[in-house]
Write a new protein. Sequence first.
Length: 267
Amino acid sequence: MNHDMPSPAGTTDVFSTHSVFGAPCWVSLTSRDVKTTEEFYGAVLGWQWRPVRLGDRFRIALADGSPVAGIAGVATMWQMAVAWTPYFAVRSADEAAARVQERGGTTAVGPISLPPGRAALLADRDGATFGIWEGELFTDWPTWRRAQPAFIRLHTRDAFDAAIFYGEVFDWASDKPGCCEVHYEGEEVVLRSGGQVVARIESGAAESAPDPAIRPHWQVHFAVKDVAACARAAERHGGSVLSESADEAVLRDNEGAQFTVTARPER
């Protein structure tokens, strides 16, 4: 959910999920303690923080002054897992949640009203958790999408089946103006919005049986200048490195949430 995204004073351009429906529109971390979360991600990713109207348990992370992600220190209070979650834009949170349940998914929270919109936390039929958001987006959201500070990838047992599930929930590849496009590229399903790649879904080889060893989950990727430096900072501040290469590292923060840092393409 957006954790409160007011427009800067004097601006009038307000973007809504009605114009980008079906596309990933935000990422959020559910943590136990806001202070330790701020310290970890400030050290690893260089983020600054902005309070929001929802209260002391919520923050918006800023990178170079621009919103990157939301933090909600409610894991213990709401008995939720510590984890990163992507949120998808929908025209109606209630309708999208109903579609999820009709197709074998589940609802964990909501839909609930969180002005200026409505949100819900859901899981697909294989157990991968995701959220939905209906309402306003922050004013510079198109810049956020073009810069791609965050990217998401679904690791699942059967990419084709997952694409059908999400496509039916979010009207992907439909005849509605503005819908997301779906492409099958090798062993991945690639989602595009406005011509830009916004998500990928992957499983085993396209013609192989679904992999029972994969625990379905959405992985959040953050673009960084120095992958190795982020990995070392994570280790110094109580996190761990699950895997590492020259251009990508899978990390675990000091509370156990998993995320990926990916080398930012040179421009």
